[in-house]
Design a protein. Structure first.
Length: 119
């Protein structure tokens, strides 16, 4: 049991869309990632995802609407819901999701990151 300093962890990398595991809770991974720009439309067949914004503002696009998640806020995207994360400026996120979750969900392409690094 040790304290995790998010600011310190985020300072260890500068790339975007490359998730890193910083802890585990039961069968879930606690991940951090910096994002900028638009990701891809995807969904997760069985995994729900929690996106907690630490810095910046995340736009989460859904097929029928868009949500803006600001610093200190989070959104849970249920499994099966198609979504597309967008960051107009750099955003720092904490993600909590099952360890089996691929960042690109049902799509495997050049943006898929597996296996994930740990810091």
């Amino acid at each position: 049991m040790k304290t995790v300093n998010l600011k310190e962890k985020f300072s260890t990398f500068s790339d975007h869309w490359n998730q890193r595991v910083i802890g585990e809770v039961n069968e879930c991974a606690v991940k951090i990632v910096k994002i900028k720009g638009e990701f891809i439309w995807h969904h997760h067949d069985v995994e729900d995802e929690l996106f907690l914004v630490v810095k910046g503002a995340l736009r989460m696009k859904f097929r029928d609407h868009e949500a803006v998640i600001r610093e200190g806020e989070f959104i849970i995207v249920p499994h099966g819901v198609e979504h597309c994360p967008v960051a107009d400026e750099e955003v720092h996120l904490v993600l909590i999701e099952p360890k089996s979750t691929l960042n690109t969900g049902n799509i495997v392409n050049e943006r898929t990151v597996a296996p994930l690094g740990q810091i």
